[in-house]
Design a protein around this ligand. Sequence first.
Ligand code: UD1
Length: 358
Amino acid sequence: MKTLSIIGARPQFIKEAVVGSAIRDAGIEEILVNTGQHYDANMSDVFIEGLSIKEPDYNLGVGSGTHALQTATTMIRLEEIIMKEAPEIVLVYGDTNATVAGALVAAKLKIPVAHVEAGLRQHPKDMPEEINRVVTDHVSTLLFCPTQKAVDNLKKEGITEGVHFVGDVMYDLFLKMKPQLDVFGTLARFGLQDKGYILATLHRDFNTDNSERLRSILSALKDISKEMPVVLPLHPRTRKAIEMNGFEKLTSHIHLVEPLPYHDMMSLLIGSRMAITDSGGLQKEAYFAGVPALVMMPDTGWIELVEAGWNVLVDADKEKIVNMALNHEPSFTKKPEGLYGDGKAGEKIAGILKNFRL
Ligand code: UD1
């Protein structure tokens, strides 16, 4: 069996760390293509090196641009490689422009697509990641779902064949990496007290590219940081949006840092009192780390954590963010267990791929 896997953005490096090593352990040949959507060292290289991902066989050097430019450039460069390598299956991860580009190219070359993290759905329906998910799922042959809810979502759209609930590969990685984390050393490095600060992230286009929402969120973080330190690793998109809007003053109390490598981020998450985020990955990793999260989205693909009372949807509502940050305690009676599988999602995916015949 020969697979070709496509990565390009930060969350995909994390997923490849699990699936890539599992499929190679299963004796499956893997060609790895990095589209180059994320190119800053702290958005890409630190993950490839820090998580021992194999050196990509190809780097497409796509970089930033409009959605059409990024997706189309990826498709044109990828088509040539897929035709040359002739894999039996193409593996795509998550919901980025690299995902949808890879899925479309492979499907049109009549090569089966396997989608890791299939079946997630959320509002707003026009967010780029949601468009990418829907399109990718509808051209995929194998759909690896992280939750039972994702399986149900696909069923509602008439997709039942090739669907497997395998669990969440990010949960696999968290369990594997946790023993290696130096939580107290990391807190000391950042001058933070255990459970004495909040970890925030902010990068969704509907938050960064809308100045009212951006102002509201930054004002909330500023108010909170008067009571308790707020650490905000700053995505380059957000840094640019702050500069463009002249919102630097709103960030003056916030502890701004550069985007962080996986080990630092997970250590800071474990040590935090709470996460405030619009990242799909971090709201779930917070739960793995035993920390509640406020989710700055109108809706989430990981709604089971909201339904369980662990996370809260706060959208961009300043008052709600501040109140919840200072007062929220998860309201469940029993910590929800088993939502994301058993930590063996990578192995399950590898097993299914190995036995796959068209
Ligand atoms: C992408 C994914 C999103 C994922 C996120 C993780 C899509 C549609 N979205 O969003 O699902 O959660 O990655 O970060 O694919 N930039 C740099 N250096 C970099 C990368 C980006 O400066 O290495 C800046 C550029 O100004 C760029 C902007 O950030 O235009 C946005 O980057 P882009 O890759 O388009 O999307 P993300 O917001 O990162």
